[in-house]
Write a protein that binds this ligand. Structure first.
Ligand SMILES: NC(=O)c1ccc[n+]([C@@H]2O[C@H](COP(=O)([O-])OP(=O)(O)OC[C@H]3O[C@@H](n4cnc5c(N)ncnc54)[C@H](OP(=O)(O)O)[C@@H]3O)[C@@H](O)[C@H]2O)c1
Length: 220
């Protein structure tokens, strides 16, 4: 886990007792908060490059301004599965907004910074508390994944299921821009529409039926 704040801490706690060995990567592994989190989550503690070197799945739960340096922070991640939970948020004249997106989504930016890694964008479009525990919801919330490697998304599916989500493939890494918009949608609901915790439920019918329109002819 690179980043042990709201998101990294919540995922670590959500995975407790689910059969995963979690290592929290922190630049100062000796802080009391981190030791308390490790105890709550039953996780090990290491520096970010040490944690990344032993992990099957590396989670980036860092502030967006650190994304540029993710490769330098964690070392060579070629061939590894890297989960991008980050949203490219920043303060703009219009308030809190995505600073990337229409043509260059954050997920693609991250893929460019950790060359050779299999980046999957996911766990960015619900609040951290939903990652720690969503068992009280009536339905499993959906969790979309965008990434180029099917094997990486398959590996993540089990982990997302263990976190209580219904994993759903959203296609390649370019689609991370859709998930980042969804992230902003969640923030809008939670913070600016005062809905509190928000998770997404999606229902699909097995066969998509398009409405059939009959064109009415003009009266001659
Ligand atoms: N909060 C949410 O509910 C939520 C939901 C979905 C997605 N996200 C996204 O997830 C990301 C993390 O959000 P968060 O709320 O978890 O943030 P946070 O609580 O501020 O945690 C950020 C973590 O990153 C670490 N960090 C900061 N700068 C670092 C650096 N230069 N090198 C190494 N580690 C560094 C911090 O460590 P120190 O504290 O030791 O500096 C902290 O552990 C963001 O991109 C956010 O947009 C957040």
């Amino acid at each position: 886990m690179a980043g042990t704040g709201n998101v990294g801490g919540a995922i670590a706690q959500g995975l407790k007792n689910k059969g995963h060995a979690v290592t929290l990567g922190a630049h100062d592994p000796s802080t009391p908060d981190l030791i308390a989190l490790a105890s709550r989550a039953g996780a090990a503690v290491a520096t970010p490059p040490e944690a990344a070197s032993i992990a099957e799945i590396i989670m980036l739960a860092l502030p967006w301004n650190v994304a540029d340096a993710a490769g330098a922070l964690l070392g060579d991640l070629s061939g590894r599965i890297v989960v991008d939970c980050m949203n490219p948020l920043g303060r703009t004249p219009d308030g809190l907004a995505l600073t990337l997106g229409h043509t260059n989504p954050g997920g693609e930016f991250v893929q460019g910074r950790v060359r050779g890694a299999h980046v999957v964008k996911t766990l960015n479009h619900v609040g951290a508390d939903m990652m720690a525990d969503n068992a009280g919801l009536q339905h499993r919330p959906v969790m979309f994944m965008a990434g180029n490697e099917d094997a990486a998304k398959n590996a993540l599916s089990q982990l997302l299921t263990d976190l209580g989500f219904d994993p759903m493939d959203a296609s390649d890494i370019t689609k991370s821009r859709l998930l980042e918009q969804l992230g902003l949608g969640w923030i809008n609901q939670a913070l600016f529409c005062a809905k509190g915790s928000v998770a997404v439920k999606v229902g699909f019918e097995p066969t998509v039926r398009f409405p059939v329109h009959t064109l009415s002819k003009r009266a001659p």
